[in-house]
Design a protein around this ligand. Structure first.
Ligand SMILES: [Fe+2]
Ligand SMILES: [Fe+2]
Length: 333
């Protein structure tokens, strides 16, 4: 039995797959039903179905240039041939597009769960509308890179984290984690993706998505109330946010991973120099400030105090960041 059929019958292997797997969709139906359903989806969403044979391999040119990744500042990148530079940028662009697609897919699961857990009609209406937004976002990105495939997501720590959060957390903690923090953070990430894309259709897609994400984040700020969070939920929230902040400290991990793989490897010293030249500390400082601001804006003061106790808003040294990224890539100092 194919993986699609297994997932189609909800015999999933791990919770992460329910949140982020798309192979459960059409694969489990016979061809005639799949095609009829695809036509209905196309008509309802007014977004064309991805061509069955389309995939990210159709992307031949990078969508984001070296400035997006700060690679114009890296002597390691600048020393590469034009051909290698293009290969790095193309892989990094595909990686960003893939991650966005899986985030939108996870968004459909999040909104559906929240609609079921809603305690008022207004909340149910809100999350049902959000589910439709997320399904449209997913289709918009799929129209660029083809239908999603969940396999590479298992190797992506952020997607693993997101999928597990959505499936394991209760409603009130999810409002803070997903709508306030991750969608708030997503607004600044998607703004850069839209502004710095070299492909006008991609810019348009992300600009369109951004309008909805602003609503999703804004409603999270309205709905979250720290008073409704129990002592044990607060402790767990602090743990979940600590995990996220630890990942934020490894910022350009996937870019370094692509660079190392395209060039036959990087030494720990080269990783350190890369972070220094591309001014990672400056970016990290801004990111930590943004996350701190988002949490305070939602009124999560006691949770912020808990995070301060573990010093996770303090800027780590270049050596610490570099050691963490190198360790993740299996590079010995
Ligand atoms: Fe979305
Ligand atoms: Fe959203």
């Amino acid at each position: 039995m194919s993986k699609g059929k297994i997932l189609g019958h909800i015999s999933v292997r791990c919770p992460f797959e329910i949140a982020t797997s798309a192979t459960m969709t059409l694969n489990a139906l016979d061809d005639r039903k799949s095609q009829a359903l695809a036509r209905i989806l196309e008509k309802s969403s007014r977004i064309p179905n991805p061509r069955p044979d389309s995939s990210e391999n159709d992307l031949k040119e990078p969508i984001w240039n070296e400035v997006f990744f700060n690679l114009q500042l890296s002597s390691f990148f600048q020393a590469l041939s034009q051909e290698k530079k293009k290969a790095v940028l193309l892989r990094c662009s595909k990686g960003l597009l893939y991650e966005s697609q899986m985030i939108e897919l996870a968004g459909t699961t999040f909104a559906a769960k929240m609609a079921l857990l809603s305690e008022t009609l207004a909340e149910r209406e809100l999350y049902s509308l959000f589910a439709a937004d997320e399904a449209r976002h997913l289709r918009m990105i799929s129209s660029i890179r083809g239908a999603p495939n969940s396999d590479p997501a298992r190797e992506n720590p952020f997607l693993q984290y997101l999928g597990n959060l959505i499936l394991s957390e209760k409603k009130a903690p999810l409002v803070l984690l997903i709508q306030v923090v991750l969608e708030g953070w997503g607004i600044s990430h998607y703004t850069r993706l839209a502004e710095l894309s070299m492909n006008p259709s991609v810019s348009q897609v992300f600009q369109e998505i951004l309008k909805d994400e602003a609503k999703h984040h804004g409603s999270g700020l309205v709905l979250f109330s720290e008073e409704q969070i129990s002592e044990s939920d607060r402790e767990r929230l602090i743990e979940q946010l600590s995990h996220f902040l630890t990942m934020v400290r490894t910022g350009p991990f996937s870019v370094v991973q692509v660079l190392a793989s395209e060039t036959g490897g990087m030494s720990a010293e080269q990783v350190r120099l890369f972070l220094k030249e591309t001014e990672f500390q400056k970016k990290l400082e801004n990111d930590l400030e943004l996350l701190h601001h988002l949490l305070l804006k939602s009124g999560a003061g006691r949770i912020v105090s808990g995070l301060h106790r573990s010093k996770l808003f303090e800027l780590p040294s270049l050596d610490e960041c570099s050691a963490q990224i190198s360790a993740g890539l299996g590079i010995c100092a």
